[in-house]
Design a protein around this ligand. Sequence first.
Ligand SMILES: C[S@@+](CC[C@H](N)C(=O)[O-])C[C@H]1O[C@@H](n2cnc3c(N)ncnc32)[C@H](O)[C@@H]1O
Length: 675
Amino acid sequence: MPTFTDRIYQLRAARASHGEIEHWVLDVLDQLLGLSYSQGARAEVYLGPGGGRADVLVQEDVVIEVKRNLDDERDDAETQLRTYFNARRTLNVGVATDGIRWMFYVKSRGVPRLYHEFELPADSPDTHLKDLILVSLQAFRRKTPPPVDARQLCDTLKLGTPTFRLSTELLTAGSAVANRFRVERRAWIAEFKSVYPGFDDLCTALGEGNLDTGYSRLYIRHTYLVVIAKLLAAIRIFDEAQLHQMIDHRPGEVLDGTVLLHNGVRVADKDDYFSWVREPSDELKTFVRELFLSLERYDFSTVDEDVFRLLYEEVIDADTRHRIGEFFTPKWLAQFIVEKSVTDGQYVVLDPACGSGTFLVESIRRRASLREKAGKLTSNDLQDLVEQTWGFDINPLAVLLSRVNIYLVVSRIAHRNRLPPIPSFNPHIQTADSLSRIRSSRHRTLLAHGTGYYLTMAQQMVPVPPSVTSLDEAIRVGSSLSKVCESYVSKKAGGQSHKQALDSALELAPNAYRPALKEIVNALRDELDDGDGIWGLVYRNKVVPLFSGQFDCVVGNPPWLVYREMDSGMKAVTDYVLTTYDIKPPSKVKTSFDLAIAFTLASATYLKEGGRLGFVLPRSLVSGLQHLPFLERASSGGLPIHATEIDDLQGVMPPPFPHGIPCVAAFFERGGDAV
Ligand SMILES: C[S@@+](CC[C@H](N)C(=O)[O-])C[C@H]1O[C@@H](n2cnc3c(N)ncnc32)[C@H](O)[C@@H]1O
């Protein structure tokens, strides 16, 4: 069976008549879009005096003008559409098409204004044509853009929507010709593999038995979310004309977020795992245009919640998330915890498992309103709020979504208070392993590697130079490693031996760092020899938590995972916590001990004396024998934190998590016997 695309290309090559092309359009509407006559797609409709007959009318508000060749008949088509708009008030959208070229017009003061166009590539599958038309039409079905919320964004972009299908299809096609795709995908795989147990099983399932296909599918989905997030931030910054101009002329810079950076808004690191899209092919150009079309029909100026929460859940499927202990918190529960924990507008707040930023967004809103109560909000307050908001997550995608969420909510607060946008936005939201303090002190003790810290990267132990003792230095050593790795990779690619490349790359680093950086490059030699230079960034993300300051408040919903489902690395960390804090459960229930409790103790190390911690924790905290030693010591003062309140959320409606997973809201304060 020829596809619709094959048929229209044949018709056009044979110089088909107007009637034949109109017939093809009706078949597309009927068979591809399911718009049969009864559902409102009618041909040759009389529009009343002065309107004449429209070729096709869809559901009273879309009129389609069919032409044999739009290149020659565009003016005529526009005149016709204007006539139709004048004759029928209900019409909002006009489409002119010759089957290959499609031009979409919106009624603007009674006149057709071109809003979008696409050309149907030869050999496209039918789904491609269908999605192109649906995305274009949906974008026009609006009068004034509605304010967006998490639910709407999710419904427009989740799995199975035309935008999702079209985007992932175009991204997949674009990935085949992008040079950096494989390199960045490899670094992304290494990163996720080292932190998520069962990552390969999960990708194998996604790839229907083929691991490599599964990697690519998940990576493409991540890239899809990343570009959505970057586009949303761009939509908030630029006006419509600027955006169209950039998408048409600098699509690569829109796709990789460079346009944001040029405006002082840093939502991603320059070398994140998703910059392969910056070399846009035709497919990627179409992708960004179509995606923009789906997004620009909303008003993002009123966003005051984590808009990505639901979408993230839908796009990264539930099974995947469960296996990695991710249950995203509903807004009301995050608000509840934040309200109880963040009692001062000046607090410096950390969410050590920030996900897409639900708690961080709420903590900003909360502190802004506390500050507003104390007096008029100023631009300095906004800058402070950003500076005083910290988030860590091991998932780089989550970090990017958090950053954009924070940008949207801070912009909203600025707008509401008639303040200018903040001039420089670079929040402290990092891809970081919040357990790295615990992991590295464990290594230090157990492996007796001298005085410095050791970290695990790509399954190797790598050192932190002993001279690094502050956050600034931690960031500096990460940048040094980036430079060294990049130089080493390019020198190796240029034919130098390992020793030559290493020696000359190390010259770029300060003397004090050289021995440690040499050890790291040697440990990562296989990865670097594959041409992968992203390790400086990964390293920095692991080192930063070691030297992060002391916070007034820590809030969030840590990863939940019972002992029996942990991989060996997590089991070792948990064992270390159980021993160090003397909270070993009876051995028969140890398999049910939850990582969330170990995470709570690790997070307490980020608190200043008297600081507050509010977490969503599994209900087994209060009901399970496995957590009793922890609970007893947290109540009697034998731990660095003591419990101040635990609210049982059993039976609360609506249930916070799917499948009725029971939880509590637990509050602690730093103070007690330090371990
Ligand atoms: C239960 S989700 C909570 C997300 C978010 N706080 C919320 O409630 O909506 C847990 C998050 O912890 C992150 N995570 C898991 N292990 C981590 C680690 N060692 N360091 C930092 N983040 C981690 C996961 O990537 C995930 O985003």
